[in-house]
Design a protein around this ligand. Structure first.
Ligand code: FES
Ligand SMILES: [Fe+2]
Length: 456
């Protein structure tokens, strides 16, 4: 919109981050610039190694509109390949997932090994003596890296390392993965995919929003209090849950983890509530047999030691948003796929703890489905609100979004901004990085040039 372009990002996202202009949620030109200035510059989450567990496995993904293939080759090496035939541009792989030693382009039959090498150009004689298959592999994103099994890629050949970009979020990933007795999680149980009419930043902000649950998810909370079991003091499990119970709200805090990463931190509240890991902590929990809880604690202690295992269990799970397309929401790992300024796909997967008793992982799957599945009772509330937000943003009378909650009480804890649990410190963390990136974008070249240059 012209108003947005004239105003510039320094005023569309106010310097104190207390207000954001709604055009950043709907404007096509702003969306195009986000793709260049943010999505083509930073590390993007691609997928998890457990989505391609054995040689030949592949999954197809979309990163900033670019179709890519995440594949594992015969030597167990993982690749992020551009899903585009270098001949005349067809996507070489159409399936969401599968296992294959090669991809054959349907158009003229060129075939590529699962590491991207061109292995066959049909009717090769007609290409003449200078034609070299080695010059025409599937393109790659310039940089790929992984952290604890989470695979990232960047369209930018240069820039901060993945670890630098993860900043304070890396230690949460460590904790999340270290809750598994074998020190790794498995995202292979399946994915829930939701496509909605709304901007990609909405689910990112929502993942670390500690303000909305008691209002938006009120019906779920009421139902949960009626049906779940009570403890020996007659307190319903949900009333001990810091994510739902007012009495633990004080201990919940929001954090700016740096570089647009943010946290809705339940650590102290989990400790205070004395949750027995996620078994008592989530909505729709089913009881986990005591012997399984004991076996889990023992298995965890065998790897981490007694003290660290008890600490990990007491700390429990929180919510972390990793700018711009990944979030951990309790046991759930979700990624955001922008389709257009007002169209987004969210993919989410329950993370299974490798080495944990089956009953614990069944609870994780059960919670995922009952919270976010087709008849799920949590995700539908959030998605409905994204679409209602987007509808309201179509209006032009009142165009600002207010993000000032908790500004006055925000404190600096050793270089980290920390705010109250229902404050908007976590949303401002996202907008701080968004603003910096969008203002810093003037010198950014066309990123497709970068990606074409590499991999040749
Ligand atoms: S476009 Fe792929 S072989 Fe021609
Ligand atoms: Fe929610």
């Amino acid at each position: 919109m012209d108003v947005a372009r004239l105003a510039g990002y320094d005023s569309l996202i106010e310097p104190d981050l207390e207000r954001v202009h709604a055009s950043v949620y709907y404007d096509q030109r702003i969306f195009d610039e986000e793709m260049q200035r943010i999505w083509h510059r930073v590390w993007l989450y691609v997928g998890h190694e457990s989505e391609v567990p054995t040689s030949g496995d592949y999954v197809t993904k979309t990163l900033a509109g670019e179709p890519v293939i995440l594949s594992r080759d015969e030597h167990d090496e993982i690749h992020v390949l551009v899903n585009r035939c270098p001949h005349r541009g067809n996507t070489v792989c159409q399936d969401a997932a599968g296992n294959a030693s090669n991809f054959r382009c349907a158009y003229h039959g060129w075939s590529f090994a699962n590491d991207g090498t061109l292995i066959g150009a049909t009717y090769a004689k007609s290409y003449g003596p200078d034609f070299s298959k080695a010059d025409l592999p599937l393109a790659r994103l310039p940089r790929t890296d992984a952290y604890r099994g989470f695979i990232f890629a960047s369209f930018a050949a240069e820039g901060p390392t993945l670890l630098e970009q993860l900043a304070g979020a890396a230690s949460y990933i460590d904790h999340f993965v270290d809750l598994a007795p074998e020190g790794r999680v498995d995202l292979g149980a399946g994915a829930l995919k939701v496509r909605f009419h709304g901007n990609w930043k909405m689910p990112l902000e929502n993942a670390v929003d500690g303000y909305h649950a008691v209002f938006l998810h009120r019906s779920v909370i009421a139902m949960n209090q009626k049906v779940v079991s009570t403890d020996e003091e007659g307190v319903p499990a949900s009333a001990r849950n810091p994510r739902l119970a007012n009495r633990h709200r004080k201990e919940v805090v929001t954090r700016d983890l740096g570089n647009g990463n943010a946290m809705l931190d339940f650590t102290d509240a989990n400790r205070e509530a004395r949750l027995d890991n996620e078994a008592d902590g989530g909505l729709f929990s089913r009881p986990i047999p005591q012997e399984d809880k004991d076996a889990y604690r023992q298995a965890l202690a065998a790897r981490l030691g007694d003290e660290a295992a008890d600490e990990a269990i007491a700390r429990g799970m929180s919510n972390v948003a990793i700018f711009p397309n990944l979030a951990f929401v309790l046991h759930d790992v979700r990624t955001f796929i922008p389709v257009g300024p007002t169209e987004t796909i969210v993919e989410q997967r329950p993370a299974l703890l490798v080495g944990a008793p089956r009953s614990m992982n069944e609870v994780r799957v059960h919670q995922e489905v009952s919270s976010y599945g087709p008849a799920g009772m949590v995700g539908s509330d959030d998605t409905d609100v994204y679409e209602r937000n987007q509808r309201a943003f179509d209006g032009r009378v009142d165009e600002w979004v207010v993000l000032q909650r908790g500004v006055a009480s925000e404190v600096d804890e050793g270089g980290t901004r920390v705010g109250e649990g229902s404050g908007e410190t976590s949303q401002r963390a996202i907008w701080r990085e968004y603003r910096r990136r969008m203002l810093d974008g003037e010198d950014v070249g066309r990123c497709t040039e970068t990606s074409v240059a590499v991999g040749r």
